[in-house]
Design a protein around this ligand. Structure first.
Ligand code: PLP
Length: 340
């Protein structure tokens, strides 16, 4: 069952479908009761951190699989240190409560899970003191972008620098930058924005990392290019190297290099693997999804559905009875790839 929730002010155009239950104030409660005051610090200053996690419905298994649940929460808990919020639950507890929340919502469709840890106190001072809260809500979620081929523009907005407003983690306030870039692209008739750094090299999309193919090599921008440390990015590097035997290079990408490359695609929890077929009115190669992108896209979608035995550990079932907590910490450490 789904609930339609109107935004504050009850404007019809903001209506969206959400799961009927949320985690708020230490409990799973009806979503209508999960409310914050307009005086909340993070509402005023963007002081908090969030995650975006996908669950994929596998019709054959009649099961909902959450992709890299522990890895997402590991990132969230680490990012708390950037914006100085205290997580009220540890990694095991937050994974467990998320699985329970998903089960309680009863989805039999692809979903998106949105946890937030935020400054919950009331204060006019932006200083990072005061209390923190955890909230989690869930919504049904299909394709976030068109995964057949995106037309993009280079944004006139520069990517926020990591040492201005940290963009390495999902800091709430930093998403004003993404909002400006993607809205400009939509207003100009494009599907998405590609955002450059202050030095003019490529950073990423508004909510996705970028990969390019040149002469058979898969290339992506380094973690020091003011990008989010993307979990899909890390997964794609691992799958491309270990399963598809592709050569992967992590290095800066110049703007005009995108115009002359062989293939270009975004990766992200929302975007999954989304081919970019045009940038700044220039077709990328023939203007169609390239062969390497296609192979990566297929493998990634199979992995998310828990169809690839070696990578089943990346998918956490929601409804199947679990003997213990979500994956053992030891396994989690083994599952981590080297960060590049
Ligand atoms: C700015 C930004 N870059 C990249 C990504 C992709 O990261 P991930 O693959 O962890 O979803 C996201 C999405 O979460 C994002 O918001």
């Amino acid at each position: 069952m789904l609930h339609k929730v109107k935004s504050a002010g009850g404007k019809k155009e903001s209506e969206m479908e959400y799961g009927p239950f949320a985690y708020f104030d230490g409990k799973i409660i009806p979503i209508e009761e999960a409310k914050v005051s307009i005086m909340t610090h993070s509402f005023n200053y963007g002081t908090g951190v969030f995650e975006g996690i996908r669950g994929t419905w596998n019709k054959k298994d009649q099961e909902l699989y959450i992709f890299k649940l522990r890895e997402h929460y590991d990132r969230l808990l680490r990012n708390c240190n950037i914006i100085r919020v205290q997580p009220p639950l540890d990694l095991d507890e937050i994974c467990d409560v998320t699985v329970k929340l998903c089960a309680k919502n009863g989805f039999k469709t692809d979903i998106y899970i949105r946890p937030l840890i935020y400054k919950s106190h009331y204060s006019v001072s932006p200083a990072l003191h005061g209390t923190d809260e955890l909230a989690i809500y869930v919504l049904p979620f299909g394709d976030y972008v068109n995964t057949q081929g995106l037309r993009c523009m280079t944004s006139s907005w520069r990517r926020v620098m990591d040492n201005a407003v940290p963009c390495r983690g999902k800091i709430i306030g930093a998403y004003a930058n993404s909002a400006l870039a993607v809205t400009e692209a939509h207003d100009a008739g494009y599907d998405e924005a590609i955002v450059l750094r202050e030095d003019g090299t490529v950073s990423e999309g508004s909510a996705m990392n970028l990969f390019m193919v040149r002469d058979g090599t898969l290339i992506t921008t380094p973690l020091t290019s003011d990008i989010l440390e993307g979990i899909t990015r890390e997964s794609i590097i691992e799958l491309a190297e270990n399963e598809l035997k592709m050569r992967v290079e992590v290095r800066p990408i110049g703007r005009t290099e995108m115009y002359i490359c062989d293939e270009l695609f975004f990766t992200g929890t929302g975007a999954k693997v989304a081919p970019v077929i045009e940038v700044d009115s220039r077709l990328i190669a023939s203007g169609e999804t390239g062969p390497m992108t296609r192979r990566i896209q297929k493998l990634y979608l199979d992995v998310m559905q828990r169809k690839v035995p070696k990578y089943r550990k990346w998918c956490v079932p929601v409804y199947r009875k679990r003997k213990s907590k979500v994956a053992a910490p030891k396994k989690r450490a083994a599952a981590r790839t080297k960060r590049r």
